[in-house]
Write a protein that binds this ligand. Structure first.
Ligand SMILES: [Fe+2]
Ligand SMILES: [Fe+2]
Length: 207
């Protein structure tokens, strides 16, 4: 584990930073994801020392979400970061890999694996996600400021089944299913990582 566990002062500092950098709705979404991560992490039995890292990941996960796609592609090229091989190059997908770049340059003390790894998969998911990756993925979808019915339904689903084994995996799988259906219906490309994440959890016993 990284030496420095983020403190409440760190969290306050980062809340103010995202409020300065992002539009008000995006900043409030980020704070809401931070809080949601902490709630889900406790339910899912994560250690108290791990939770502050997830809160930081929640706060910073959308740091480049409002940066245009061509600028995000430029950031990837500048850092010699390979672009997704499936050719899905929207800002909606790229920000999961460019936000870590901005964290490394502007908030280097928080550029640790516990923060960056969940951010790198928070939109698409991927096969073999860790518990922290699954929690940020789900928190991003079900934080209470999201008003879309699909998000509200997922929220109800997760909190109705917290006593049941495998609830986090089933909730992530259902979220992935909804994402894939939505992308197909709207004629949008589907990230290969999303398909792999779906297949990975779909193939697990009990799903
Ligand atoms: Fe995001
Ligand atoms: Fe988000």
């Amino acid at each position: 584990m990284s030496d420095h566990i983020p403190t409440e002062n760190d969290i306050q500092y980062l809340r103010e930073a995202v409020r300065r950098r992002l539009s008000p709705p995006r900043a409030e979404h980020s704070v809401s994801v931070e809080l949601e991560c902490a709630v889900i992490a406790r339910i899912e039995g994560m250690g108290e020392d791990d939770i502050p890292f997830l809160r930081v990941a929640g706060l910073l996960h959308d740091l480049t979400r409002e940066v245009p796609a061509d600028e995000q592609i430029r950031m990837c090229n500048e850092h010699k970061l390979p672009l997704p091989s499936d050719g899905v190059l929207s800002a909606a997908v790229l920000h999961q890999v460019t936000s870590p770049l901005l964290i490394a340059s502007d908030y280097p003390e928080f550029a640790v694996p516990e923060v960056l790894e969940p951010i790198r998969t928070h939109t698409t998911g991927e096969a073999g996600m860790s518990k922290a990756q699954k929690i940020l993925f789900l928190a991003d979808m079900i934080e209470p400021k999201r008003k879309h019915s699909a998000c509200r339904n997922m929220r109800t689903y997760y909190y109705t089944h917290t006593q049941e084994e495998g609830n986090l995996d089933r909730s992530v799988l259902l979220t992935l299913k909804g994402t894939v259906s939505h992308l197909l219906e709207s004629g949008s490309p589907v990230s290969l990582k999303t398909v792999k994440a779906y297949n990975d959890l779909c193939g697990k016993p009990g799903q």
